[in-house]
Design a protein. Structure first.
Length: 282
């Protein structure tokens, strides 16, 4: 193996020194820009958070927008630092665009969920704490993330639903309005005085302060059932009182029927036997 002569070594050292004289100032400038830019980004982030707090922006939307704007600022900082290191920004953007296209094609589902999350946070078809029914799931919304929404069923099961599916399908929000209508179906025996029954039910509902006077409660005859005359009892209450009002008054109505000798029927059938003429029945 041939040895490297002193002239070659000297040439390499001079080239290294020349490179260092050019690269080190650029590296120092890039580091200074990074720390200065990071400080500015943190300052802007705090200012944005204060604005969101001042105008009482929804926490989920504020968190998402803050993180998104922070990410954009870091990208701009990177684009400002790259030229100081001698990297062509246009070439970097071209590479980044090609990479982004490839990643986008591979993550179409995630991008759809991301877009769905943005739509949910902006248009607010529901919020954390609301009771919703969507995608075959009924429960309370626990979290709205960028890609998924977490819903807890009433039997304490946690369901994670992609935001893309939520944004593109029907959603029933049971908590959006302050009042809800309570509907209680009951049946009474054939031959029952419906006017008396109606008054008994209205008297029971009048004792519950949670039931609104307007719109006033109604009791309507709805159907001739197989074994009963079917009635629909409707009244309005605060959304938070919906089920307590239903449960308490169903029990109170049952007790009032018993006290007023109003029969609550059970399914029954009449069977008639027919015999040929002259045949004795034993």
């Amino acid at each position: 193996m041939e040895s490297i002569d002193s002239n070659t070594i000297e040439t390499l050292i001079n080239a290294a020194i020349a490179f260092a004289m050019i690269a080190i100032p650029k590296l120092i400038l890039a580091i200074l820009l990074y720390f200065l830019g990071t400080y500015v980004i943190k300052f802007v982030k705090r200012a944005i958070d204060k604005i969101f707090t001042k105008y009482e922006l929804d926490p989920s939307l504020a968190t998402f927008l803050g993180s998104f704007l922070q990410g954009v600022l870091y990208v701009l900082l990177a684009l400002a630092i790259l030229p100081t290191l001698g990297i062509q920004v246009t070439s970097f953007i071209a590479v980044l665009g090609a990479a982004g296209l490839a990643v986008g094609l591979a993550l179409q589902g995630s991008l759809a969920n991301f877009a769905g999350g943005v739509l949910i946070l902006v248009f607010k078809p529901f919020k954390v704490g609301d009771t919703i029914e969507a995608q075959g799931t009924l429960g309370s919304v626990e979290a709205i993330d960028i890609l998924y929404t977490t819903v807890r069923n009433f039997d304490n099961k946690v369901v994670t639903i992609p935001n893309g599916s939520l944004a593109n399908n029907n959603i029933t929000n049971f908590s959006d309005k302050p009042t809800r209508r309570v509907e209680m179906p009951v049946g009474v025996a054939y031959g029952t005085d419906l006017k008396k029954t109606r008054q008994v039910v209205l008297d029971v509902l009048a004792l519950d302060d949670r039931i609104h006077a307007e719109p006033e409660p109604v009791v309507k005859f709805t159907n001739f059932g197989d074994s009963s005359l079917d009635l629909s009892i409707r009244c309005w209450t605060d959304t938070s009182n919906l089920w307590p009002v239903y449960w308490d008054n169903m029990e109170a109505i049952k007790e009032a029927f018993e006290a007023n000798d109003i029969e609550i029927p059970f399914p029954q059938q009449d069977i008639h036997h027919y015999y040929p003429e002259g045949k004795n029945v034993k």
